[in-house]
Design a protein around this ligand. Structure first.
Ligand SMILES: Cc1cc2nc3c(=O)[nH]c(=O)nc-3n(C[C@H](O)[C@H](O)[C@H](O)COP(=O)(O)OP(=O)(O)OC[C@H]3O[C@@H](n4cnc5c(N)ncnc54)[C@H](O)[C@@H]3O)c2cc1C
Length: 390
């Protein structure tokens, strides 16, 4: 097939762009693959600043399938990349709490998740307390967790492995800022870098994360993806970390073990979550005003937490529906999106890489039908709402 020998330029070389490059070779693509990355240190990439957790507890079936694929990828990382490959995958269920008003909706959610292949179970408050004795369950109505395919890992190690494997298969990483896209005769012909170089391309993949809307603005596409700041606090606390899950509280607070302590954060209300272009300053006041009280209420031993450090990174939020945008532009087929993941891009990067590679190499999604996440819904404004958003 001619398309297997064409030339792909991927803009953005962090986890999503690197997964696309890696899987292109896995699917038999033998043409040129160039990854353009403006910052090879990745210090402000969402990938490097992520909490790197994976869950199957979603409200949208396609997201569940993508997570199941991701968990299998992480579980079998040594088979794929060799016995030294280690991403520190801790396979442990999230514990997502719900108030009494949410019980029937949450139980229906669990039914759907199980039908789609996830190993999710609902716990009553008493059952949750029996399993997690440190948990204050006085004001909750339900807790849900999973026996498999959830947990956390090291995103940096994952990216390094995938990037090295891509390079070893002849993928070229080029340092440069993709400034605009070259367009002629109804299709894209190349990527223009800030230094004036034009990289000619048969396919262009937009994996530019929180900056992906800026990339396509040059050809008049209005992508509803923008950077939204998320602050992560690294803390120590006298709490037993054995079996401590990735805990999501009804308040929006979350916490999970990391190293010798924990990392934690809190979801923001829409009105407190503006476009954060260029802003990487941690919101320190969140801890005192919202996060600490919420955590201490839920896990009383966290009253004694001590902050070690804090950092802020960007979610690439798709304001239409908080779901990824994956696949070709409906009018410009050689422009392929892999962006807008809104806080779940690392866990979904293997499935995204695989799907985009299948689309380019074989003309269709094969392993998972990712078409519900396609671009057409962006043009028509018909959302595919993800309801389980943090
Ligand atoms: C605090 C925090 C916690 C998170 N927690 C989780 C989690 O638990 N689980 C999960 O799955 N996800 C989580 N996420 C989201 C996840 O990190 C992102 O969805 C994911 O990293 C997106 O990967 P990406 O490669 O698309 O984007 P990025 O990692 O941002 O990479 C995009 C790359 O593109 C480059 N780039 C951008 N524009 C250009 C250009 N014009 N030219 C050249 N290069 C360009 C950038 O330099 C960057 O390296 C979290 C994010 C944050 C900030």
């Amino acid at each position: 097939m001619a398309r297997k020998t064409e030339r792909v330029v991927i803009v953005g070389g962090a986890i999503v762009g690197s997964m696309v490059a890696y899987f292109l070779r896995e699917t038999g693509f033998s043409g040129g693959i160039i990854v353009v990355e403006r910052d090879p240190t990745y210090q402000r990439s969402s990938t490097a600043l992520s909490a790197a957790a994976i869950r199957t507890q979603f409200g949208t079936p396609v997201n569940i399938h993508m997570s199941l694929f991701g968990a299998e990828f992480f579980r079998t990382i040594k088979d794929r990349f060799g016995s030294d490959a280690d991403i520190g995958f801790i396979e442990r269920g999230y514990l997502i709490l719900g108030g009494p008003e949410s019980v029937s909706a949450r139980r229906a959610g669990v039914e759907m998740q199980r039908r789609e292949g996830a190993d999710v179970v609902a716990l009553s408050p008493d059952e949750a307390h029996a399993r997690f004795p440190w948990l204050n369950v006085e004001d909750i109505g339900i807790a849900t967790t999973a026996g498999r395919s959830e947990g956390w890992f090291d995103a940096w190690s994952l990216m390094s492995l995938v990037r090295s494997a891509a390079r070893a298969r002849g993928v070229e990483y080029v340092r440069g800022n993709a400034e605009s896209l070259e367009f002629s005769g109804g299709r894209l012909t190349g990527v223009r870098l800030s230094n004036g170089t034009v990289l000619e391309a048969d396919w262009i993949v937009n994996a530019a994360g929180a900056n992906s809307a800026a990339l396509v603005r040059s050809i008049g596409i209005d992508l509803p993806v923008s950077p939204r700041k998320r602050t992560v606090f690294s803390i120590k606390a006298p709490v037993d970390r054995t079996d401590f899950p990735m805990l999501f509280d009804t308040s929006g607070a979350w916490i999970r073990p990391e190293g010798e302590g924990f990392i934690c954060g809190i979801a923001l209300a829409e009105e407190d979550d503006p476009d954060a272009t260029g802003d990487f300053e941690p919101s320190h006041d969140l801890l005192e005003n919202a996060l600490w009280p919420a955590l201490a209420h839920r896990v009383p031993a966290l009253e004694q937490l001590r902050v070690e450090r804090a950092w802020a990174g960007h979610y690439e939020v798709n304001a239409l529906d908080h779901n990824g945008i994956i696949g070709s532009h409906d009018k410009i087929p050689n422009l392929v999106f892999a962006t807008g993941f809104s806080g779940h891009g690392v866990m979904h990067s293997p499935a995204t890489g695989r799907g985009v590679a299948e689309l380019i190499t074989n003309g269709q999604f094969q392993t998972i039908d990712l078409s519900p996440l396609g671009f057409e819904r962006i043009r028509t404004g018909v959302p595919l709402h993800e309801t389980v958003v943090f």
